[in-house]
Write a protein that binds this ligand. Structure first.
Ligand code: PLP
Length: 359
């Protein structure tokens, strides 16, 4: 049965994007970030498609355990580390690598049961003020972890950049200097760059890059698309038309009557809405593809439906015809601008009722 709202995940595009990343960062190993259900693409499917990556990055232990339960053997890094001893034991048993970012985690590792032994990434807070240690606390944590029997030597070193997608700001250069100063002379591998820095700050590529968005074929920079960087979109979100109707000038469309026909208008109703993860914030005029041709969203997005002005579409749409909301032929970055958001939220926001089809 053809789904009314479905995503197609292009395995070849995902693998192609990993190759592009390897070309962009030829000296680095790749930690493929597949947290949040691989940005909406499917956690296990993405891990399997990316079997040649050097490691996988997830935020939470549940994500890592789901991967192990599915038979994924690639090294897995828990980017948020663990919360308590139960999680620490489970992480050690699953051979996860841990990011350590707070004193509680350092203490836990110092007092860990004798069978716990794992690789650790110590996180410097170089200015984002989210996770990690600053200044002296970073060095104290490094010393304590280096003494801990549970921690494999050497401790690896990482930080996260707050504004690498805005290279015009001084912030990234400051963070990079901070990281270089704090880690000077320490052994261990280093990781700094996620997608934006991987492209925008090649000097931040270090031993490991941690791309998420680039893998999925989208650009982290406002105003550019993945194609500008040689990437291919992995997810195509599509729907089907369930009604076609003709309006006269002055007719209003949708909740709140937000959109008014200014001419005799042909409207197509597509069976997709915010209940599927399409953003309600998408403005009238947001591009969609109907039968492969550009058309425009008209009025407010409903839970299960949206209206599309197809007056200018050459091949007259009929019930059952396909609609593409983003992906092949329509960059998600473009839709994100119309919806006043970022491609990350659109990809991650795909809801459970949307059928996923890997090709
Ligand atoms: C610590 C860390 N590294 C890497 C990434 C991947 O970021 P991006 O998708 O921008 O490449 C994230 C995502 O938020 C992250 O939190």
């Amino acid at each position: 049965m053809t789904p009314l709202a479905g995503v197609t995940i292009d395995t070849a595009a995902l693998r192609h994007n990993l190759q592009v990343i390897r070309r962009l960062a030829p000296k680095s190993r790749v930690m493929a970030v597949i947290k949040a259900n691989a940005y909406g693409h499917g956690l296990v499917g993405a891990a399997r498609a990316l079997s040649t990556t050097d490691a996988l990055g997830v935020a939470r232990i549940d994500e890592g355990l789901a991967l192990r339960a599915a038979g994924v053997e690639t090294p897995i890094v828990l980017l948020d580390g663990v919360l308590d001893l139960e999680q620490l034991n489970a992480a050690a048993a699953a051979h996860f690598h841990l990011v350590v970012h707070n004193p509680e985690q350092v203490d836990m590792l110092g007092a860990a049961p004798p069978d716990v032994r794992l690789e650790v990434w110590l996180k410097l807070d170089s200015g984002m003020n989210r996770l990690g240690f600053k200044g002296e606390a970073f060095h104290a944590a490094h010393a304590a972890l280096s003494r801990a029997a549970a921690v494999k030597s050497p401790v690896h070193l990482m930080t996260h950049l707050a504004s690498a997608d805005m290279p015009e700001l001084p912030t990234t250069a400051e963070q990079l200097l901070e990281f270089a100063a704090a880690t000077r002379g320490l052994p261990g591998e280093r990781s700094v760059a996620s997608s934006a820095a991987l492209i925008g700050f090649p000097n931040a590529q270090a031993d490991w890059v941690r791309p998420g968005l680039l893998l999925y074929g989208a650009s982290p920079f406002r105003g550019s698309t993945g194609a500008d960087h040689g990437l291919r979109p992995v997810m195509t979100l599509s729907s089907r038309i369930i009604a076609v109707k003709d309006l006269v000038a002055g007719d209003q469309v949708g909740y709140g009557g937000d959109w008014t026909a200014t001419r005799p208008t042909r409207l197509a109703i597509a069976a997709i809405g915010y209940g599927d993860g399409y953003p309600r914030s998408a403005a009238s005029g947001t591009p969609v593809l109907v039968n492969g041709e550009h058309a425009a969203l008209a009025g407010r997005v409903s839970m299960d439906m949206m209206a599309i002005d197809v007056t200018d579409v050459q091949r007259l749409p009929k019930v059952g015809d396909p609609v593409v909301l983003w992906g092949e032929g329509l960059p998600v970055e473009e839709v994100a601008i119309w919806a006043d958001t970022i491609p990350y939220t659109l990809l991650c926001g795909i809801s459970q009722r949307v059928t996923t089809n890997w090709v």
